[in-house]
Ligand binder design. Structure first.
Ligand SMILES: Cc1ncc(C[n+]2csc(CCOP(=O)(O)OP(=O)(O)O)c2C)c(N)n1
Ligand SMILES: CC(=O)[C@@H](O)[C@H](O)COP(=O)(O)O
Ligand SMILES: [Mg+2]
Length: 637
């Protein structure tokens, strides 16, 4: 960047690396922040993405990159959805036209994109643990490098943060924790911690008062120790009077704040002081989610946390016509069930609106619990609720239940407790990338003794299987469905025990077992196989783990079995069906189709499934090739 920065209009285009920020004047930084906000709104309004969180961290991110030296110093983002500004100032402005699209920028930090990025996992409450380890490594290797971790007030409600803080407080490593306190996850952040932070947040920045005192004292001739003692006494008095924050200091952590996170100079001053401590320190920044863009600031639901697609810049409203979403079908049925069943209670992990629990909270606030971003606690708290005679419905995104496996296994299932986990965004989701794919549950939780998993294929079976799930009183259940618009209802021709027969061929050549949202794919595949001359039966087991025993009988009547699931193949439903056939002595050959175990790049759900060969055309081709290899056992007329 030239020594004399370009005209204000082109400031942003002149920023190609963090070093370019260090030459800007205070006035230019204000102009740059405005340009960045315009850039964020312009780009995200076309692609969708996490607008609210990123509008709230503009000054903070600029300050971090001016005070610290990335990538030598490491700046970590908890959850990572608020790293767009970081990407903008680290040479990736051009990539925002393809944000969250296949082949384009990811919506989270990405090591493949930049040496400035580290944490790629979009699951909350991990950054402080990474930071603890990284800071220890720098210290042990004798490297004079700082670690900065940005953690939101929502993420701070996650237990891992407190495990990390407990360890960090026992070190003297160079670690600056920036608490980005905007008072919200999606909705206002809940719990005692949130209340404590708001106590701090609502008091005037005692740091400002302190600076004023310092300035005043500074005019007198420096008298050394007595001045420091006076200053310290004043600071203690101010602290106790204005912003008691023993929580962090009792942990042994230095605390700076609350600081106005939109005051560039104040943020830089706080970060420079924190950097100078050369020890763990918390900088408590108070920000506003959606800051600087009225539709986001005024969005009471979630400050335009993450519009999923293009929206109108004037209003912030999505441009796409609304469709019936799986979540809404669940939400409405849950309220109907709650009307009939006073023992039904709902639990959300800081995602009441996105998971549909909000409707229950609206009608039965006393029977709905937001536990914060705390899925492990949600599962075991649900176990407690069940021990108390209630039937909890825990609604989370499928991917986030991964972290509560032990709780589901031993706190819920081992006690045979009636808890229903409703997993939204199950299967391949898309734009949020691999740490958001809900592809593991049917495999991981499929091994839990006594746990039953339902995978509805449409709205009618979601309602039916949700009711069946909450009727189970001797163990946990999972009901899982994908992101997006609900599939059209596919009525069954008949039901064999638990299993719905959806299509019958003129011969019993191939039994196609379709799991949940893959029923449509299975029916399309069946049509293609029929054109090849095969007789194809399509069935939906509905309850997929444990495998319904009727499948073994149906398999024995056919020459081949094919399974299709929107979940990881390894240990998935296909493997479970194969195991059941072996146990039943049914020798019918089986071919399973599912998501290969791996971290598949982001894109649209359709693009990713196509790339994985999970299309009717690809599957029919593969099945035909496979069947011909079996030849004698599957004659084609
Ligand atoms: C384990 C986990 N649960 C839920 C989510 C979904 N989620 C994404 S961002 C978010 C809110 C984060 O709030 P906060 O940490 O305060 O960051 P902010 O968006 O306010 O900047 C949630 C719940 C997640 N990413 N990870
Ligand atoms: C960062 C995060 O975990 C959520 O904000 C997620 O991006 C939301 O996904 P949906 O858009 O599917 O609700
Ligand atoms: Mg927040």
């Amino acid at each position: 960047m030239s020594d004399s920065p370009s005209t204000p209009a082109g400031l942003l285009s002149s920023i190609t690396e963090p070093g370019d920020l260090k030459r800007l004047t205070a006035e230019q930084l204000i102009l740059l922040a405005a340009e960045i906000r315009d850039f964020l709104v312009a780009k995200v309004s076309r692609t969708g993405g996490h607008l609210g969180p990123n509008l709230g961290v503009v000054e903070m991110t600029l300050a971090m990159h001016r005070v610290f030296d990335s990538p030598r110093d490491k700046i970590l983002f908890d959850t990572g959805h608020q790293a767009y500004v970081h990407k903008i100032v680290t040479g990736r402005q051009d990539g925002f036209d393809l944000l969250r699209q296949r082949g384009g920028l990811t919506g989270y930090p990405s090591q493949a994109e930049s040496e400035h990025d580290l944490i790629e996992n979009s699951h909350a409450s991990t950054a402080l643990s990474y930071a603890d380890g990284l800071a220890k490594a720098f210290t042990l290797r004798g490297e004079d490098r700082h670690v900065v971790a940005v953690v939101g007030d929502g993420a701070l409600t996650g237990g891992m943060c407190w495990e990390a803080l407990n360890n960090i407080a026992a070190t003297r490593n160079r670690l600056v924790i920036v608490v980005n306190d905007n008072g919200r996850s999606y909705a206002p952040t809940i719990g005692g911690l949130a209340d404590h932070l708001s106590t701090l947040r609502l008091n005037p920045g005692y740091e400002k008062v302190l600076d004023l005192v310092k300035d005043a004292l500074g005019q007198t001739p420096v008298v050394g120790k007595p001045v420091f003692e006076v200053l310290h006494a004043v600071k203690k008095g101010i602290k106790d009077a204005i912003s008691p924050q023993p929580m962090f200091e009792d942990l042994g952590l230095k605390y700076i704040g609350p600081v106005d996170g939109h005051d560039q100079q104040a943020m830089e001053s706080a970060l420079r002081r924190a950097k100078g401590f050369n020890a763990p320190v918390i900088v408590h920044a108070v920000t506003r989610k959606g800051y600087g863009y009225r539709p986001a600031e005024q969005d009471e639901a979630d400050c335009l946390h993450g519009p999923g697609s293009a929206f109108d810049v004037e209003t912030g409203k999505l441009l796409a016509a609304p469709t019936l979403k799986w979540t809404k079908v669940f939400s409405e049925e849950l309220v109907r069930i709650a009307d009939e069943r006073p023992d039904i209670v709902g639990i959300t992990a800081a995602m009441a609106e996105p998971t549909g629990i909000a409707a229950l909270a609206k009608k039965y606030p006393e029977r709905t619990y937001d536990v914060g971003i705390a899925e492990q606690h949600a599962a075991t708290s649900a176990a407690g609720l069940a021990m108390g005679g209630l039937h909890p419905v825990v609604a989370v995104y499928a991917t986030f239940l991964n972290r509560a496996f032990d709780q589901v296994l031993l706190d819920v299932a081992m006690h045979r407790l009636p808890v229903t986990f409703v997993l939204d965004r199950a299967g391949i989701t898309g734009p949020d990338g691999p740490s958001h794919y809900g592809m593991w549950d049917m495999s991981v939780f499929g091994v839990v003794p006594g746990l039953r998993i339902a995978a509805p294929r449409d709205a009618a079976t979601l309602r039916e299987e949700l009711r069946e799930a909450v009727a189970v009183d001797d163990g946990p259940t999972i009901v899982r469905f994908p992101t997006g618009s609900v599939a059209p209802d596919t009525p069954a021709l008949r039901r064999v025990g638990q299993v719905d027969v959806l299509r019958e061929g003129d011969r019993e050549d191939i039994l196609l077992v379709a799991v949940g949202s893959f029923v449509g794919l299975a029916l399309d595949t069946a049509e293609r196989l029929t054109e090849q001359g095969y007789g194809v039966t399509v069935v939906d087991p509905r309850w997929v783990r444990p495998v319904p025993i009727e499948l073994t009988g149906l398999a024995a009547q056919h020459r081949a079995v094919v399974t299709l699931e929107d979940g990881v193949r390894t240990g998935g439903v296909g493997d479970a069906v194969a195991s059941a056939l072996r146990d039943a002595g049914v020798a019918t050959p089986l071919r399973d189709f599912g998501v290969p175990a791996g971290f598949h790049p982001h894109g649209s759900r359709a693009e990713i499934l196509t790339a994985l060969g999970l299309t009717a055309q690809d599957i029919a081709r593969d099945v035909t090739e496979w069947a011909s290899s079996l030849e004698a056992s599957i004659p084609v007329t």
